[in-house]
Design a protein around this ligand. Structure first.
Ligand SMILES: [Zn+2]
Length: 421
């Protein structure tokens, strides 16, 4: 998940649905998710020996080799450059982390050819923040620390590998082909998926839809929240994802639906090519973009549930004609420039008044002012905060060094703080 895009996106409206009360029986879905394999993939990709899979590092290459070997073991066809699994692309120099503008990064692509007219793309980014030099870590002193990225996004990659295994070994010839795509450069700005959609190795006009798995490893068994993004990109999606959650996963999933095709991850690149997309995400947590995003904190059973849900959705779309594409509303970003920030992670699914804070980053202005996880920001300086847009507007008016009053709701209590930026 890309932090900057996440923060821009988080204000876009969500439809929150509670877990339903329907008591229909659970499905006897034939295909079984192998949680041992899932955990093995995540443990390897998020191990310290891969040093956080920084884009275009030798460690990321090792991760790419692991993915290609796994696809090869499933007898999937290579769909990268020149008959390989790898699609390389030049990294445009972004910042001082990447001093050499000639470096290459690579996507990994594998194809299950069922001889069908249309192809389903299942994708997940496999790069992460490496040793914390790229500026998007939320650790107060990130440099040199391994950002393992178990949830972000070894979890989504493991899910992609597991779906690849199921479809490659089930002995069924589905009425679609499958392209399994692992992207690089997501954390630096969706670079890999952008490159792929500019240089596709399957005709994009034949892509039925694209599923993006980014951070599906931290399903919360109490909240049961699953964010499904992109449901507005085809009229088929919203009733379908709701129905399956209600009928086959009664009381097990609380969907937070986001209609927009533009979001903080790689499905955006496909949506911009007018392809229907769905994006699956189990929500932000206090280890997000920190060195503590480790395999021990992954909920493997929860991830398996998310994957079963995805399998149901794909299964229900098997008989569907070519999905209609729909444009979704994109909130215009006001083009503010920010000289200050509180150092907080907003809640992705809060829809009340104010800005709810999921996590406060130690050592940053918000934490220093005494903010706590779960606070709802309602006023900064003289500005009342109704939502994330209001928050961003208020920030755009402040300068470094300024001290202003800050009002937050902590439970029922209004707490007055003073924050120095
Ligand atoms: Zn991320």
């Amino acid at each position: 998940m890309n932090t900057r895009l996440f923060l821009l996106h988080v204000g876009i409206t969500f439809i929150l649905l509670g877990a339903t009360q329907f008591l229909s029986p659970n499905t006897t879905f034939a295909q079984t998710i192998d949680t041992t394999l899932l955990r093995r993939h995540i443990a390897f990709l998020a191990s310290d020996s891969l040093h956080g899979r920084g884009t275009s590092t030798p460690d990321e290459k090792r991760a790419a080799g692991y993915l290609a070997n796994y696809f090869r073991s499933l007898n999937l066809a290579p769909k990268g450059d020149d008959g390989t699994y790898f699609q390389t692309f030049p990294l445009i120099k972004k910042n001082d982390v990447l001093p050499d503008s000639n470096r290459l990064a690579m996507n990994v692509a594998a194809y299950l050819d069922n001889g069908a007219a249309r192809t389903i793309v299942i994708g997940a980014h496999y790069d992460h923040l490496g040793l914390g030099y790229d500026g998007s870590s939320l650790d107060p002193q990130p440099k040199g620390k391994i950002h393992n990225g178990a949830d972000d996004n070894a979890s989504g990659v493991a899910g992609t590998l597991e779906l690849a295994r199921l479809y490659a070994t089930n002995g069924i010839k589905e009425p679609y082909n499958f392209l399994f795509l692992c992207f690089s450069g997501e954390e630096l700005g969706l670079l890999g998926s952008k490159h792929f959609t500019e240089h596709p190795t399957v005709p994009l006009e034949n892509v039925h839809y694209m599923l993006n798995l980014d951070m599906i490893g931290r399903f919360d068994e109490a909240k049961k929240e699953l964010v499904v993004g992109g449901v507005g990109t085809s009229p088929t999606f919203e009733p379908l994802v709701k129905n399956i959650a209600e009928r086959s996963f009664s009381n097990q999933l609380a969907l937070a639906l986001d209609s927009s095709g533009v979001g903080p991850s790689d499905h955006t690149s496909f949506y911009l090519k007018k392809i229907p997309v769905l994006f699956f995400f189990t929500g932000v947590h206090s280890d997000y973009h920190k060195p503590t995003d480790d395999v021990e904190r992954i909920n493997i059973g929860g991830e398996a549930k998310v994957l079963r849900y995805i399998l149901h959705i794909m299964d229900s779309l098997q008989a569907a004609p070519k999905l209609a594409f729909a444009q979704t509303r994109v909130k215009q970003q006001a083009g503010h420039s920010y000289k200050v920030s509180l150092g907080i992670m907003p809640s992705y699914s809060y829809s009340g008044k104010g800005l709810k804070v999921d996590a406060v980053t130690a050592g940053r202005p918000g934490a220093k002012a005494g903010m706590q996880d779960g606070d709802v920001v309602v006023k900064i300086g003289q500005t009342d905060i109704a939502d994330i847009q209001g928050y961003m507007e208020a920030l755009s008016k402040l300068k470094a060094g300024e001290t202003v009053p800050l009002k937050v709701l902590r439970g029922e209590k209004l707490v007055e703080l003073a924050v120095t930026f």
